[in-house]
Write a protein of this length. Sequence first.
Length: 158
Amino acid sequence: MAAAPLAISEPRLDEMPALLALLDECALPIADLEARHLPAFLLCRDDARPIAAAGLESCGEALLLRSLAVAPAYRRRGLAARLLEALEERARSLRREQVFLLTTSAQDFFASRGFQPVARSSVPAAIAESAQFRCLCPASATCMVKNLACALQREASP
């Protein structure tokens, strides 16, 4: 019998240390994360332990996808794709049309899900002013964007 898919939900306040540990284990920036950021995240858990997480940071009219992380033992199970889909749905419900991100290792993953490389110099000012862009991610990180409005139009076309 196949195991049931792991549920995705918002983290609880007491899960902040476990979220930070997961992000740190995946070599993602945690220096600017505080308890006030928790509502922007989604988690997958196994036996109540967070094993995958991702969040959206609101930056003006655009959103910054940050910290898409899956514990090494749980990779290649579709958890990252499920979290990304859930966050894109959240972005659409907020009526946001663009999601930006920085990545040093997952360009192919994001490109296969509709993200396109974009010059850092062309991102909205509020994105450029985020801690991720200013100081937490290296200058060598690839900047990418997904236009959700265009993605919706493509999905709706016959």
